[in-house]
Each structure stands twice: as structure tokens, then as C-alpha cells.
Design a protein around this ligand. Structure first.
Ligand code: PEP
Length: 253
């Protein structure tokens, strides 16, 4: 089995003006710009991508976006293409975050189109899946995740890509302060890796990083990272402050 380098990814959501984003990025570069023990990604709002890239450019911190539209260009008012993201310095893009699915009508089909376009443009997708509290309580966690994973990855020539990142984010744990227990998270991560192995082969299953997301903080990262199938974290709230985010990254140093 090959070793997977952990990834700590920060999702800044709709927070920070350009100036605020620059200040946070500067502080993060000072604190964690030379870390090599894990990969680091931050995803500021679109309006701050270029400026943040100027700050983090030569450091160990990679730039990500929170969303994009799959068409290469055209009359799609308000949308941004993968090539536009690449031109700002993005290496990563978050796809199918539950807030986009719940608030902006994203479906497994649109997520699939975005994943295809991300790969085509050389962006590393952070593909988000997760069950709601109602789905978990009804005992449907695994069937929901099975569908999200298979439909999201449908017809993608995954064997030619080695950069897939999956983020398992139970919706009930996002921004709520509730975290899945490490056993609950490991059980799901193991299930997802087995699904990858059964459908796309062991090589993809062993190389895909599966992040956990949902109220990750410096106080719970150690326990989560102790699990064999957890390869890092997608962090919302605790990524907004550079010191808090660095405290999570610091676990790996
Ligand atoms: C997220 O937005 O992906 C997330 C996990 O948020 P939080 O860490 O705030 O729960």
C-alpha cells in the first residue's frame, strides 16, 4: 500500500474582502509556508484568488477555488471557468460542497460535469460528499454515499488521473460544532475506499486521499488522523484565522 501525503484544506466560504484575505494569507505563509509534512490548500472567495496567489506563490501553500462552471466559456453570466481559475494560480477546486448542493441546486449530475472539467483542466478536485442527519438517522448513510460517489465519478477515466481528493463531510457536522466520532468517520472512510477499490481498482483506492470535514479543530485533528483511512481534513470555520488553521497544520510538524 502506498503512503498518502495528508492534505489540510481550508474553505473560506463567503468570508473576507480582498484585503482581509491578503492579511490572512500573509500570516499563514509566515506560520506554515515551509511545511512539507502535509499538503496545504486554502480556498478564498473568487475576488481574492489572484491577490492571495501573489502572497502564497512560492510557499508550500496551494491555492484552491470553491466552485466553478464546467463549460470552457460562453454566455453564462456570473460564472467562472476552470481555465479562469487556473489563470489565477489555482491548483485545486472544491466541488459539490453540501452548501452548494443545498442552497444552489447542485446535483450529482452537475457535480459529475464539474469533476470532468476539473480533471480536463489539470485542477485537483476536492469532491465533497456527505449525508444529512435525517439520512443518517434513517440508516441510509451508506446508500446515500454510494450514490453520491458513483454518480459523481460516473464515466470519468479515473485510471488516467492520480489526483482525486474526496472529502467526506457529514452535513450535520458542518459548522455545528458536532464532529462525527473517529469510529464513525473511519467506518465511512473505509467504506468509501472499498467502493473505490471494487469499482475502479486498488491502485486508485490506495492513492486517493479521503479527507474528513465537519468542525475540525486543533483539538480533534490528532484523534482523526490516528485513523488509517483518514488522509487529512477539509476545514471551514477554523481555517478563517491563520493561527487557528496553523494549529491544525502544526499537528504534522
Ligand atoms: C466545510 O465548510 O467544509 C466545513 C467542514 O466547515 P466547518 O469546519 O466549519 O464545519
Amino acid at each position: 500500500m502506498q503512503a498518502r501525503k495528508p492534505l489540510i484544506a481550508g474553505n473560506w466560504k463567503m468570508f473576507k474582502t480582498q484585503q482581509e484575505a491578503v492579511e490572512t494569507a500573509k500570516r499563514l505563509v509566515a506560520l506554515a509556508g515551509k511545511v512539507t509534512e502535509c499538503d496545504i490548500m486554502i480556498a478564498p472567495p473568487f475576488t481574492a484568488l489572484s491577490r492571495v496567489h501573489e502572497i502564497i506563490g512560492p510557499s508550500a501553500i496551494g491555492l484552491g477555488a470553491q466552485n466553478f462552471f464546467w463549460e470552457p466559456e460562453g454566455p453564462f453570466t456570473g460564472e467562472i471557468s476552470a481555465a479562469m481559475l487556473v489563470s489565477t494560480g489555482c491548483r485545486y477546486v472544491i466541488i459539490g460542497h453540501s452548501e452548494r448542493r443545498q442552497l444552489f441546486g447542485e446535483t450529482d449530475q452537475t457535480v459529475n460535469q464539474k469533476l470532468a472539467a476539473a480533471f480536463k483542466n489539470g485542477l485537483i478536485p476536492v469532491f465533497c460528499i456527505g449525508e444529512s442527519e435525517t439520512e443518517r438517522d434513517a440508516g441510509n448513510t451508506f446508500s446515500v454515499l454510494d450514490k453520491q460517489l458513483k454518480m459523481g465519478l460516473k464515466k470519468l477515466p479515473l485510471k488516467t488521473y492520480s489526483s482525486l481528493v474526496i472529502a467526506y463531510e457529514p452535513i450535520w457536522a458542518i459548522g455545528t460544532g458536532k464532529t462525527a466520532t473517529t469510529d464513525q468517520a473511519q467506518q465511512v472512510h473505509h467504506f468509501l475506499r472499498s467502493l473505490l477499490a471494487d469499482n475502479w481498482g486498488n491502485s486508485l483506492a490506495n492513492s486517493t486521499r479521503i479527507l474528513y470535514g465537519g468542525s475540525v479543530k486543533s483539538t480533534n485533528i490528532k484523534e482523526l488522523m490516528g485513523m488509517p483511512d483518514i488522509d487529512g481534513a477539509l476545514v471551514g470555520g477554523a481555517s478563517l484565522d491563520a493561527d487557528d488553521f496553523n494549529a491544525i497544520i502544526h499537528f504534522f510538524k
